[in-house]
Design a protein around this ligand. Sequence first.
Ligand code: HSE
Length: 405
Amino acid sequence: MTKFAILGHGVVGSGTAELFFMNKDLINKREGFDLELGYILDIRDFPGLSYSNLFTKDINDILSDPEVKVVAEVMGGVNPAFDFVKRCLEKGKSVCTSNKELVAKKGAELLKTAREHNCNFAFEASTGGAIPVIEPMHTCLCANELTGAAGIVNGTTNFILTKMIEENMPLERALKTAQDLGYAEKDPTADIEGHDACRKICILASMISGKHVYPEMVPTEGIMSLTLEDAEYASANGYALKLIASVEKHGDKYLPLVAPRFVSCKNQLAHVTDVFNAITVYGNGFDEVMFYGKGAGKLPTASAVLGDVITCAKADGTVMTRMWEDSTDDSFIEKPEHAVTRLFVRTTASKDEITAAMGEVTFLKTPERITGENAFITAADEEGLLNEKLSQLAGGVITTIRVLK
Ligand code: HSE
């Protein structure tokens, strides 16, 4: 028998137990082994569940049981998750996690520890919920140099932006609905200020660059400054408004960024709505592939956690190729002002003043209820230069939002 343990019985932890018991016979028959849930670690009591006997408050019960080969860490946060994960790996037990903060802050160290102890640290559930993107990048796409990724990786903000665009719903009410549906983080600031998306792009950027990209290396903007008027401009002119996490190779550097973007309706990312996530990955052999699915929620995330548990249980004793180096400085990181982009701009300046300052631009249709301003999209240029020109613009700039290529 191979046992696994779950650390944490919150939304994802209880979902992992629920999905396992729902599909246990099928999984064991299909995979040809005898996987059993041995323990659930939580400081709280959960009486009255069909599996209440599995709970423990002591990590040593799990560490000292040689039948436990795999541990699912779904507690969230760095402490005490990091300590527990490190100790499990040092005992040769593979760890599968949905904890993007842990991977974004400690991934290089935990991958190294896993390798040194002949086990695996897997993190499919940390980015994109149910969507298989981490494993395909490590396996199916491993014949390529990966050159970038861009996607919608936060279900809560995508849900909020969809409600703003499609139902004219104010941000606060849309956020409350997302929280009620269990999509948001415990502290929703991490979602709406972009920190959750930042952690996820750190993971993808580390895989792509081969060096650990830490959260403080990623310029990060959330959605709090976006208004219903911005959303109306987007809809009226054939764009969607999305929080995009991206990483791009620039020469021998990498540019990671989390920011709201205007996304043309010709781009498939514009059509990714509600809690769905989608990630486009770029590589030198395959050009681009897109991954799409539910990016948050109890069973979708549990699906990715349990998938990793099963894979690691089958691979027990084998180290799979998952690795990036630690980074000592940010000399491999490019700054957004050096990247070529286009900007959506709202301003009180006249069209003549805009053309005088910015050169050729594309003027946008103004939604009916908005008066006293003009909006346009700049020609493509280095972001730093575009911002210099905007600072010359007579009349105030109301909003600037980057346009996705
Ligand atoms: N709060 C996250 C989201 C959960 O909304 O995407 C999944 O990581």
